[in-house]
Design a protein around this ligand. Structure first.
Ligand code: CAA
Length: 257
């Protein structure tokens, strides 16, 4: 795979995807999104890989959709070309994807991070949906996902004023799972991904699917869905291994598949 706008490497069972358009603050153009989704699809198809980390640079995770690429579009080009829909693939991956965010995560950058399963932020991270300052509004899920993460009042203020949120406020509000010192960001994100990748792959995938279901359904239906998957887990060798290992006071050796 020869990529031009991202760096892709694997470390054991984990893939590290680094957004790499330094001259444009990692602005998300069509090529970059195509490369990110191609890399994530490769992870999905490789049984040896169990999780991915998406990161950017110290200065910017990503400063949004590429304004220069979309500035001249008219309505028909935007609507028929449907240039945001390829981004949705990021949120549809079945293996876990962690966003490791330092610096700016603005507009589509914040939206890309929110499509991941959780966000670990460096102290330098700044999140925002400043599209209103460009005469538009978020178009890659920001009005929906940010509201679910931080609640209506904060989301509405950020979307209507373009105010940025620093890392500590993002953690207090539930946008990020935790904040770490900037020089520990990649190490912490990779460690979390490695931990996930060492667990049973089908069980991890079902757990992710079940948590995500809570966004799509009522509590009663969600609990029913969870219960079905929970019962199904008793048909896996990894459930036997995990519980036998606990009883035997030893470390489980999951088959991971
Ligand atoms: N698209 C295209 N190019 C961008 C960009 C973007 N979103 N963000 C930054 N760049 C480019 C700049 O144009 C500049 O390029 P040149 O050197 O060729 O002029 C380069 O990156 C460096 O940027 P700055 O000189 O502006 O750097 P700074 O440190 O002074 O400011 C910043 C950094 C605050 C992130 C600022 O660049 C900025 O405000 N960027 C735009 C943020 C934004 O509005 N994002 C929303 C985009 S719309 C969107 O995402 C829609 C959606 O929901 C899908």
């Amino acid at each position: 795979m020869a990529y031009e706008t991202i760096l892709y490497e694997t470390r054991g069972k984990v893939a590290l995807i680094t957004l790499n358009r330094p001259k444009a603050m990692n602005a998300l153009n069509a090529q970059l999104i195509a490369e990110v989704t191609d890399a994530l699809t490769h992870v999905e198809q490789d049984p040896k890989l169990g999780a991915s980390v998406i990161t950017g640079s110290d200065k910017a995770f990503a400063a949004g959709a590429d304004i220069k690429e979309m500035a001249s579009l008219d309505f028909v080009q935007a609507y028929v070309g449907d240039f945001i829909s390829p981004w949705d693939r990021v949120g549809q991956m079945r293996k876990p994807v962690i966003a490791a965010v330092a610096g700016y995560a603005l507009g589509g950058g914040c939206e890309l991070a929110m499509m991941c399963d959780f966000i670990i932020a460096a102290e330098s991270a700044k999140f925002g949906q400043p599209e209103i300052t460009l005469g538009v509004m978020p178009g890659a899920g920001g009005t929906q996902r940010l509201t679910r993460f931080v609640g209506k009042s904060k989301a509405m203020e950020m979307v209507l004023t373009g105010r940025l949120m620093k890392a500590d406020e993002a953690e207090r509000s539930g946008l990020v799972s935790r904040v770490v010192p900037s020089d520990e960001l990649i190490g912490e994100a990779l460690a979390a991904a490695e931990k996930i990748a060492d667990f049973s792959q089908p069980i991890v995938m079902m757990a992710k699917e079940s948590v995500n279901r809570s966004y799509e359904t009522t509590l009663a239906e969600g609990v029913r869905f969870e219960r079905r998957l929970f019962h199904a887990m008793f048909g896996t060798e990894d459930q036997k291994e995990g519980m036998d290992a606990f009883v035997d006071k030893r470390t489980p050796q999951f088959k991971n598949r």
